[in-house]
Ligand binder design. Structure first.
Ligand code: SAH
Length: 359
């Protein structure tokens, strides 16, 4: 029988598991669940043998039913600007990437939700990789634990202050596992990330935006990248399924329920979406629901057909939005020298799959 993976458990599930599968009474199962949860998620102890104050017999029993083993680091790259990218090897050999982006002493961790991606946004490197599979809850959680270990981030004052689901994959195409991972992240007995410290970024899967408003409840980022359907369709095929009108409706609802502005992400692509007319249309669109804009410099990758907008165009675009009274920021790219920046993540998983097929 395959063992349960610890990092798939919700707090309450662990309690019931200890009661039912390890035959602990109600009080004991609560107490043990709390102890283990704290060891793993608060103190960063990853080996069950190092759990102090737990009876040996209990440790032996739990080891028979639950594995605490972690995915491994296949490769680690550090950028000149301090960005760190870990390539993690999952138990089936697939590879995913996790990126830490420092801002001074603290920073943001960018986690992946799928191996590869099915969306095919034309400017995104991950899109050129054949989709392999959804990540399990435990595989998402482990990205955070591994990064915390690597950064020695187990003090009360967190180094990883924010977690963004902006790595490889579309989080809302892996809704259940993403949701479960967020519930674990938010749990106060453990990692204790507040809803405002977590951002899920979607290319715009409208039905799941409605669901997430009530079931996920974090900050939401929408990868908009164009103010009109005709442009958006050309660079993001998903727009044919859920268009801008759909997104305005679902994001309005999300903002209403969660009382937070939606972050609109907008990669500036030369001569594609960076004209004055685009800026004006974007201003109109921004008037329709509570949102703020994050302009992103395009990060090139080998073989891409787009170019970044030039500096004057970016400044002009930025100023037009700013003058309209909207909140706008410009995200300078980080980690570009290690292909760790937005849209540059891509792993060799497809090749591994190919070679497995051939064996
Ligand atoms: N599928 C989700 C999560 C991926 S997030 C989503 O689309 O939101 C990755 C972010 O980086 C998205 O906003 C994406 O559009 C953006 N991005 C993709 N390729 C990029 C590139 N080459 N340069 C800059 N940003 C890019």
């Amino acid at each position: 029988m395959e063992k349960n993976n610890f990092y798939d458990f919700q707090y309450d599930e662990l309690k019931s598991f200890l009661a039912l599968d390890l035959n602990l009474d109600k009080k004991k199962s609560s107490m043990r669940a709390n102890q283990i949860w704290k060891f793993i998620y608060k103190n960063g102890v990853s080996q069950i043998d190092n759990f102090k104050n737990l009876p040996k017999e209990f440790k032996e029993n739990i080891k028979k039913k639950i594995t605490f083993n972690r995915d491994t680091i296949q490769e680690k790259k550090k950028s000149l600007d301090g960005t760190i990218k870990w390539l993690l090897k999952l138990k089936d050999g697939n590879l995913v990437e996790t990126v830490y982006i420092p801002f001074g002493k603290t920073g943001t961790l960018c986690v992946s939700s799928q191996v590869g991606c099915t969306l095919n946004c034309k400017f995104c490197h991950t899109g050129t990789q054949m989709m392999v599979r959804n990540l399990e809850t435990s595989e998402i959680i482990q990205q955070i634990l591994i990064a915390k270990d690597e950064l020695e981030d187990w003090k009360i004052e967190k180094k990883i202050r924010n977690i963004v689901y902006m790595g490889m994959g579309e989080p809302f195409y892996n809704f259940e596992n993403v949701k479960k991972s967020i519930l674990i992240l938010k749990n106060k007995e453990g990692l204790d990330y507040g809803p405002k410290r977590i951002t899920v970024s979607t290319a715009g899967v409208s039905p799941e935006i409605y669901l997430a408003a009530n079931e996920i409840k974090t900050c939401l980022a929408l990868s908009l990248h164009a103010p009109t359907d005709d442009i958006r369709e050309k660079i993001m095929p998903i727009n044919k399924k859920y268009n801008i009108a759909d997104l305005i409706k679902s994001c309005s609802e999300y903002a209403k329920v969660n009382k937070e502005k939606i972050f609109l992400e907008y990669v500036l692509l030369k001569n594609i979406n960076d004209s004055e007319a685009c800026a004006k249309n974007l201003i109109k669109l921004m008037g329709k629901f509570p949102c703020k804009l994050n302009l992103i410099e395009f990060n090139a990758w080998p073989g891409v057909n787009y170019e970044p907008s030039n500096k004057e165009t970016i400044d002009k675009f930025f100023n037009l939005i700013k003058q309209s009274g909207n909140i706008v920021t410009l995200r300078k790219s980080k980690g570009g020298d290690i292909l760790g920046a937005c849209g540059q993540l891509k792993t060799e998983s497809e090749k591994i799959r190919e070679s497995l097929k051939n064996n």
